[in-house]
Design a protein around this ligand. Structure first.
Ligand code: IPE
Ligand code: IPE
Ligand code: MG
Length: 241
């Protein structure tokens, strides 16, 4: 159980949609003289805790960056190890997520993922499609530029078929992998890096950012609660006064 962000004078509501760049697993393991994959396994344990904490913290949408389109550059051992972690996460968490009212979705290109993982992804999406307590989106083989290219192709097809004549921002957003999801209010990156690494460049145009030095395997629901408290004090103007 995590305490909700305290209501303070002038405070806004908690962010509805939090997106997290879960970085620092490799360094966490290397600092201890352990293989990088140990850090990734610890990182996956943290995801479970953060997912459970979100509803109590007033967060309805959680999006986590698990594997980027650039992460294929890593060693075969690390990439295959990560894919195994993703498969296991879905297999082991499926019952719990379904019972806890979590709706799970994925963004990113699926073709390059192995068939078994793709089948598990579609399976859990279908199984949890009716859940509403928390919307969990996992970005696997996700890259913002890749997604924008995919969306542009979809939009072009709709224009060519006469379905749309004068495209609006809403028409474009409906072609993104995140169609139907609200934009993130807050993007958090762990591990001290202050870059966005191709994560939700279109959707996060008006998001608030928090960069924390904590490495992802050390990031607890208390860290999240503290960040949400600070978010509550921000003045979001969206270009107004
Ligand atoms: C984030 O941790 C997880 C993935 C990118 C898959 P890293 O593996 O990038 O950890 P560092 O940045 O090397 O410490
Ligand atoms: C971003 O982390 C991707 C994920 C967390 C999945 P990286 O570790 O891949 O990003 P860079 O290489 O430091 O920019
Ligand atoms: Mg990293």
């Amino acid at each position: 159980m995590v305490l909700k962000a305290a209501a303070q004078p002038g405070a806004t509501t908690p962010p509805r949609h939090v997106a997290i760049i879960m970085d620092g697993n490799g360094r966490w393991a290397t600092n201890r003289g352990w293989p990088r994959l140990v850090g990734h396994r610890r990182g996956a344990e943290r995801v479970k805790q953060i997912v459970r904490a979100c509803p109590d913290l007033g967060v309805d949408w959680l999006t986590v960056y698990a594997f980027s389109t650039e992460n294929w550059k890593r060693s075969t051992e690390e990439v295959l190890g990560l894919m195994k972690i993703f498969r296991r996460y879905i297999q082991r968490e499926a019952d719990g997520l379904a019972a806890e009212g979590v709706r799970m979705r994925f963004i990113g290109g699926r073709e390059r993922l192995d068939d078994k993982l793709q089948a598990l992804m579609s399976g859990i999406e279908a199984r949890t499609a009716g859940n509403t307590r928390l919307n969990l989106t996992v970005a696997i083989n996700y890259g913002g530029r890749d997604e924008i290219l995919r969306a542009s192709t979809r939009l072009a097809a709709k224009i060519a078929s006469g379905q749309i004549s004068e495209p609006t921002e809403a028409d474009f957003a409906a072609c993104l992998d995140t169609a139907g999801c609200p934009d993130p209010d807050l993007v958090i990156r762990s591990s001290g890096e202050t870059r966005t690494s191709n994560f939700l460049p279109y959707q996060a145009a008006y998001a608030e950012y928090e960069f924390t030095p904590t490495l992802w395997p050390d990031f607890t629901p208390d860290h999240l609660a503290e960040i949400l408290d600070r978010f509550g004090l921000r003045d979001r103007r969206f270009g107004g006064v």
